[in-house]
Design a protein around this ligand. Sequence first.
Ligand code: PLP
Length: 436
Amino acid sequence: MAPSLDVLVAAAERRYVEANPESRRLHDERARVMPGGNTRTVIHVPPFPLTIVHGEGARLTDADGHVYLDLLGEYTAGLYGHSHPVILQAIRDTLDDGMVFGAPNRHEAALAEALCARFPSLELVRFCNSGTEANLFALSLARVASGKPAIMVFEGSYHGGVFFFGTAAGSPINAPFPFVVAPYNDEETAARLIAAHAHELAAVLVEPLQGWAGAIPGERTFLAALREATAAHGVLLAFDEIMTSRLSTGGLQSAYGIAPDLTTLGKYLGGGLAFGAFGGRVELMSRFDPSRPDSLPHAGTFNNAVLTMAAGAAGLTRVYTDAEVQRLNGLGDRLRDRLNAFASREELPFLATGYGSLVGLHFARGPVRRLSDLPAAPELRTLLHLHLLERGYSYARRGFIALSLPLGEADVDGFAAAVEEFLDAHAEIVRAAVPQ
Ligand SMILES: Cc1ncc(COP(=O)(O)O)c(C=O)c1O
């Protein structure tokens, strides 16, 4: 009789533990001084994650000397890979002039200009240190500008460590704003809730493609309905493009032709260093002009960190050109199309979701329009992840992939072949484990 799913998972976990003694030792060492050996929940996997000691191009080396092709791309922040010469040179050149000035520097205008030129709705922009902060500032601005307290978000959304709605109740450590939580890709319900809550809603905050939920694209009609309903009811519309800004030269807002009032940015736009930004219409953002008598304070020691400004500007103006955006999106389409064609030919409940260079891998029958369309399938996800690690591919166990610029067609083809090998070997188990 073929082994059951839990027997297969237990055997794969045993092989993982045996193959990674140094990662285990380093995990145990961290755990003596950090809760669970961790300072970033999303990178934990049981029994311990791999500790990475070196990165080059799109390759990572772990503490036990295994080399992986990196398909996670640091959850989109690693777009440039681990050693892009333009980024490294920008950082080295900038370092020579010093880096903690307590004053404006000559790199921040270049990055701000590049951002405003690319993202249509960004008339003015300000920098901060993370995507979480960008959303915190953008929403706080919306609350002050509108004089209303509440924010609408969507089930399955992740807008940062204090804005997480994996369930409708939200994370217990969410920022204490009043939230209205609506289903994603359901334009009628969203429009109805916007109308009903217009008196208290400062803004609607939406990812044009939900990343954490599983790389689920927002439908254009849904996003257009949000634009229409918010405009009709005097509510601001904020696009969280922290992951999606890479999906066209001007982000998904430009690809979809929808202009939000506020946009939040982060991840790779700092060249791989800690970064966040928020911006939008002049009349909103100019409230931060310190020369205005009614100006709002926006502080942050590292808001204009010299290395980040220089690396971000170099990447955006010299590396992530329109041609590279198209090429990288093409690689994602190639991977998604191949895996979906394979799964449908073999009649397997497996799906690759996403848009361009962001890909989600799921054990599901589809269609996938929101988080609740995805079975949790934790054992299958674990087994696939361990299978791919053993073959030298790393990505997030949840099934999240963010392609990076050093990757080419042969890389994604090799990865697709390794996924197909898994599906071939475990076809019966996969069919049985995914609900009809
Ligand atoms: C859509 C989205 N918004 C916000 C954030 C938070 O960004 P950061 O981790 O830089 O705080 C993330 C991070 O994954 C994200 O994916």
